[in-house]
Write a protein that binds this ligand. Structure first.
Ligand code: SF4
Length: 415
């Protein structure tokens, strides 16, 4: 009997990618084989509700999978599945909505057959979503209420994976040859295991595991404090010199309308403290342009603030109306062509800032995790080509020697 084939369609954030890996592990442990959608008996669509556009993409992906000639079982899970289960199920008869991701693999197996799904002990590298630096989900949900966001409604209040389990998962990843582990969550600063917060969790992982490098996937600005920053500074590169601090806007007024809990000046103080403490730190951010009521002056304030913060990368999002949020009801929705022009301006600033940040690293030492022979990812998440054909999945100390096209670093291996 040939093994059943499954396909994964992942929409959305890093947490979704980690969840897809977990579902794939469970199906593989039950004898399923990952393959293309065109050959799949089951297609899992991990949905995203972060913007109206993301939701539209979700519905399109589901329709496309449901219409495949072999009529696979199409499983919708994730944020849109939680918020709008009935309307997704109504898209096609072969779509099944499964709200809890923990049940996805077992539901597929009970429908299509296979060995009983269990927690798998091994995961091949790269993972199902193609990453050699595995992510580990340590937190889910969010206790905040940003006015443009629906994720907190879809995922509920914050919950944390017990620290002992995180230690086990990191050790399992190391046993599978992972040199870097990325800690992910919807709002990592909410991590709380009976009073143990994110900095203590990181400290525990540094002490109890031999992980080569830990990376914090993203963090809210208010959670970047002295404790976290001094731990990063004293970790000798075992915590990557990298912060993805979600700014969203550099305008004080827009931040207030977004319901963010920090001011631009708070952000600047925390970012500057981190720059002073952690050598060669790279700070990335997310920025929304065209938020309701964003005037030309407010946009300019935001753009100038990004310049001042010397971001190594700006993930730019054009605001799109997300029904069910407070922001969708606000006056002053910005015309799409204005948002598009603002997005372009930020993207071009982002490219300049990234190139400048890369140049500033020339002469410094760093750790690189190789992903292919002779190239890999630096601590600050820059692509890096090495002067030697080092095998994939190694952690090597390097000196940055030059910057090539698209801010790719060139480096001399020091070991
Ligand atoms: S911090 Fe704000 S944007 Fe992020 S998940 Fe929570 S409510 Fe949404």
């Amino acid at each position: 009997m040939t093994a059943p084939v499954f396909a994964m369609v992942n929409l959305g954030c890093r947490v979704n990618r980690v969840e897809c890996d977990r579902i794939a592990e469970e199906l593989e442990a039950a004898g399923y084989v990952l393959g293309p959608s065109s050959e799949a008996d089951a297609v899992v669509v991990n949905t995203c509700a972060v913007t109206g556009e993301a939701e539209a993409k979700t519905r399109k992906a589901l329709r496309r999978a449901a219409q495949l000639p072999q009529q696979p079982l199409v499983v919708a899970t994730g944020c849109v599945a939680n918020l709008f289960s009935e309307s997704l199920a109504a898209l096609a008869p072969n779509i099944r909505v499964i709200r809890s991701k923990r049940d996805v693999a077992s539901e597929i197996i009970s429908t299509l057959g296979g060995r009983t799904a269990g927690a798998p002990s091994r995961l091949s590298m790269p993972t199902a979503t193609g990453r050699t630096r595995p992510g580990i989900k340590v937190q889910d949900g969010c206790d905040l209420r940003c006015t443009y966001c629906i994720v907190w409604k879809a995922r509920g209040r914050s919950s944390s994976v017990p620290a002992a389990q995180v230690v086990e998962e990191v050790e399992a990843a190391i046993a599978r040859n992972a040199r870097e582990v990325v800690l992910t969550g919807i709002n990592l600063g909410c991590y709380d295991d009976s009073g143990m917060r994110l900095p203590e969790l990181l400290e525990m992982l540094l002490e109890k595991t031999s992980v080569g490098r830990l990376r914090i996937s993203s963090i809210e600005p208010q959670d970047v404090d002295e404790r976290l920053v001094s731990l990063m500074a004293s970790s000798e590169g075992r915590i990557a010199p990298y912060l993805h601090m979600c700014l969203q806007s550099g305008s004080e007024q827009v931040l207030r309308r977004m319901g963010r809990v920090y001011s631009a000046e708070d952000f600047a103080e925390r970012a500057e403290m981190a720059y002073r403490s952690v050598p060669n730190l790279a700070i990335e951010t997310d920025l929304i342009v065209g938020f309701p009521g964003e005037t030309d002056e407010e946009f300019e304030e935001s753009r100038a603030f990004c310049e001042r913060m010397r971001f190594s990368h700006i993930h730019t999002f054009r605001y799109s109306k997300r029904p069910g949020t407070k922001a969708a009801q606000m006056d002053g929705q910005v015309p799409p062509q204005v948002s598009a022009a603002r997005g372009e301006a930020i993207r071009s600033l982002g490219d300049e800032l990234r190139a400048a940040r890369a140049e500033s690293l020339v002469g410094s030492e760093d750790l690189v995790v190789t992903q292919e022979t002779g190239s890999g990812i630096s601590g600050g998440l820059f692509s890096c080509s090495l002067d030697q054909p080092v095998e994939p999945d190694e952690l090597v100390r390097v000196r940055i020697s030059a910057v090539g096209e698209n801010a790719t670093l060139r480096a001399v291996v020091l070991r």
